[in-house]
Write a protein that binds this ligand. Structure first.
Ligand SMILES: *[C@@H]1O[C@H](CO)[C@@H](O)[C@H](O)[C@H]1NC(C)=O
Ligand SMILES: *[C@@H]1O[C@H](CO)[C@@H](O)[C@H](O)[C@H]1NC(C)=O
Ligand SMILES: *[C@@H]1O[C@H](CO)[C@@H](O)[C@H](O)[C@H]1NC(C)=O
Ligand SMILES: *[C@@H]1O[C@H](CO)[C@@H](O)[C@H](O)[C@H]1NC(C)=O
Ligand SMILES: *[C@@H]1O[C@H](CO)[C@@H](O)[C@H](O)[C@H]1NC(C)=O
Ligand SMILES: *[C@@H]1O[C@H](CO)[C@@H](O)[C@H](O)[C@H]1NC(C)=O
Ligand SMILES: *[C@@H]1O[C@H](CO)[C@@H](O)[C@H](O)[C@H]1NC(C)=O
Ligand SMILES: *[C@@H]1O[C@H](CO)[C@@H](O)[C@H](O)[C@H]1NC(C)=O
Length: 382
C-alpha cells in the first residue's frame, strides 16, 4: 500500500476564544490518517524525455552541467527506481517534461508583468501586487526552508494569481536572486483556476529574467512520475470549514556538495522533484540571506485583488482560514530547525481586511511553528 503525501487532520471545531491572543491559533485537537494521493495524474500535458536531454540543458549557463540524479543529502531515501506498474511514470532514464506547444501560450502582457513581481514587494510603486509573509530577520546564511501549506480551491479570473509559497532569496535589489516554491492558482499560466505545484525563479530583480516552472530553461527534472512535476494540479477533497485539514509539504534545500537547490515534496514519503542548478545563480549559489513564508497575489490595476490562502481571514480561526505550519529553516551548518519567533517578522503591504497573517509561535507537536494567513482580497491598495 503506497503512502501518500499528506495527512488528514480531524479537528474539533468547538474551541478557542479568539479574543485571547495569547491562546494558540491551531491548538484544536487533531487526528491524522493517511489519505489518497493529493496530486492528480497529468498524463497528457507531459512527454517523456531522456533525462540527459531535457530542454533545460539548453540554457547557456548549463552547457557543461552534469545532471545530479539525486541529492547528496537524501542518498539513502531514494528508492530503487522500479515503479513499473504505475501508469503515470516515464520509462527508466526519462523524465516528464511539460509540452509547452500543446497547451500553454504565453500571454504577453500578464506574463511580462508577472516577471517583475517579486522584486517590487517592498516598493510602493507596484500596484496590483500584494504580499503577506513571515520573514527571517537574521543576518545569516540559510540553505533552505520547509513548510506545510494548507491547500484550498480558489476561484480566480484571468490575469490574476494567488500564490502560497516559500521564498529563498539573496543579493541586492537589482541582482536579486530568488526561488519561490509552493502552490498557486494562476489562470494565465495554466489556463484554468486549479491549485498547482508551482516554482518560480529569477536572478536579476526581474529585469530580463524570471521564469515559472518549465517555461524556460533552468529547472532540472529528475523525478519520473508525471504527478511529481512543477505544474501538477492538486486534488483537494475538503473545503473551508471542514473538520479535516489538507496540506502539502514543501522543502527547498541547497545541496551541500553541489550547491544545487533541490525541491522536494514532504513529509512522507519524500518525493524529490528536481533542482535549480547552482550555475543559474549569482548570489543564491552560496546560500540565501532571506527566507519568507506566506502569500502573494496579483491583479491588473482595474481589477480587485483575488483571494489568498483559503480566501478567509485569520480572524475566522483555523476552522476557515488558510494556514502554514511546521515552518523550518536549514541553517548555515545545513541543519534543519524550527524557526524562532524572535528571529521572524511579519510583513504586509495591505490592510487587514484584505489579507492578514497571525503568528503566535509554537502550535504544538504537530503544527509546531505555524500561522494563519490570507483573506478575501478586494480593494487592497493602501
Ligand atoms: C482518531 O481517530 C480514531 C479513528 O477514527 C478515533 O478512534 C480516535 O478517537 C481519534 N482520536 C482523536 C484524538 O480524535
Ligand atoms: C503520484 O502518483 C502515484 C501513483 O498514482 C502515487 O503513488 C504518488 O503518491 C503520487 N505522488 C504524489 C506526489 O502525489
Ligand atoms: C535495484 O537496483 C539494483 C542496482 O542498480 C539493480 O541491480 C536491481 O535490479 C534493482 N531492483 C529493481 C527491483 O529494480
Ligand atoms: C507537443 O504537443 C504538440 C501539439 O499537440 C505536438 O505536435 C508535439 O508532437 C508534442 N511534442 C512531443 C515531443 O510529443
Ligand atoms: C506576444 O508578443 C510577441 C512579440 O512581442 C508577438 O509576436 C505575439 O504575437 C504576442 N502574442 C500575443 C498573444 O499578443
Ligand atoms: C496588452 O496591453 C495592451 C495595452 O495595455 C493592450 O492593448 C493589449 O490588448 C494587451 N494584450 C494582451 C494579450 O493582453
Ligand atoms: C551582515 O553580516 C556581514 C558579515 O558578518 C556584515 O559584513 C554585514 O555588515 C552584516 N549586515 C548587516 C545589515 O548587519
Ligand atoms: C476542487 O476543485 C477540483 C477541480 O475543480 C474539484 O475536482 C474538487 O472537487 C474541488 N474540491 C472541493 C473540496 O471543492
Amino acid at each position: 500500500m503506497a503512502l501518500f503525501l499528506f495527512l488528514v487532520i480531524i479537528l474539533f471545531v468547538a474551541c478557542c476564544n479568539i479574543g485571547a491572543s495569547s491562546k494558540t491559533l491551531l491548538d484544536e485537537q487533531y487526528n491524522s490518517t493517511v489519505s489518497d494521493s493529493i496530486v492528480h495524474q497529468v498524463d497528457n500535458d507531459f512527454e517523456c524525455v531522456d533525462i540527459h536531454k531535457q530542454p533545460t540543458l539548453q540554457h547557456p549557463l548549463l552547457k557543461n552541467h552534469k545532471i545530479q540524479l539525486y541529492p547528496t543529502f537524501a542518498k539513502n531515501i531514494v528508492r530503487n527506481r522500479s515503479y513499473s506498474k504505475i501508469v503515470n511514470e516515464c520509462p527508466t532514464g526519462k523524465v516528464p517534461i511539460y509540452n509547452r506547444t500543446r497547451r500553454h501560450q504565453i500571454v504577453n502582457n500578464s506574463s511580462s508583468n508577472l516577471q517583475i513581481e517579486d522584486f517590487q514587494y517592498y516598493s510602493q510603486s507596484s500596484p496590483g501586487y500584494h504580499t503577506v509573509t513571515l520573514d527571517t530577520t537574521q543576518n545569516v546564511t540559510f540553505h533552505g526552508a520547509y513548510a506545510f501549506i494548507g491547500v484550498y480551491n480558489l476561484s480566480l479570473q484571468q490575469n490574476q494569481y494567488s500564490a502560497s509559497s516559500i521564498w529563498v532569496e539573496s543579493g541586492p535589489q537589482t541582482q536579486r536572486n530568488s526561488i519561490r516554491v509552493g502552490v498557486e492558482v494562476h489562470p494565465s499560466l495554466y489556463e484554468d483556476s486549479r491549485l498547482r505545484i508551482t516554482g518560480y525563479w529569477t536572478v536579476d530583480g526581474q529585469k530580463n529574467n524570471g521564469c515559472y516552472n518549465y517555461d524556460c530553461s533552468g529547472f532540472v527534472q529528475v523525478n519520473q512520475m508525471k504527478n511529481c512535476t512543477l505544474g501538477a494540479p492538486i486534488r483537494i477533497k475538503t473545503g473551508i470549514g471542514s473538520t479535516k485539514k489538507e496540506f502539502m509539504g514543501f522543502r527547498i534545500q541547497q545541496d551541500r556538495s553541489t550547491g544545487n537547490w533541490w525541491l522536494s515534496l514532504v513529509p512522507k514519503p519524500v518525493f524529490i522533484i528536481g533542482y535549480w542548478p547552482k550555475e543559474l545563480f549569482t548570489h543564491l549559489s552560496t546560500g540565501a540571506s532571506l527566507i519568507r513564508f506566506g502569500g502573494q497575489t496579483y491583479a491588473p490595476p482595474n481589477m480587485d485583488s483575488p483571494p489568498m490562502g483559503s480566501g478567509r481571514l485569520p480572524k475566522e480561526k483555523f476552522k476557515n482560514s488558510g494556514f502554514m505550519g511546521s515552518l523550518q529553516i536549514i541553517d548555515s551548518d545545513y541543519n534543519q530547525n524550527d524557526v524562532k519567533p524572535k528571529d521572524m517578522k511579519r510583513y504586509s503591504d495591505t490592510d487587514s481586511n484584505c489579507y492578514d497573517l497571525w503568528y503566535h509561535g509554537d502550535e504544538g507537536p504537530f503544527w509546531r511553528q505555524a500561522f494563519l494567513y490570507g483573506g478575501p482580497g478586494g480593494k487592497c491598495n493602501i
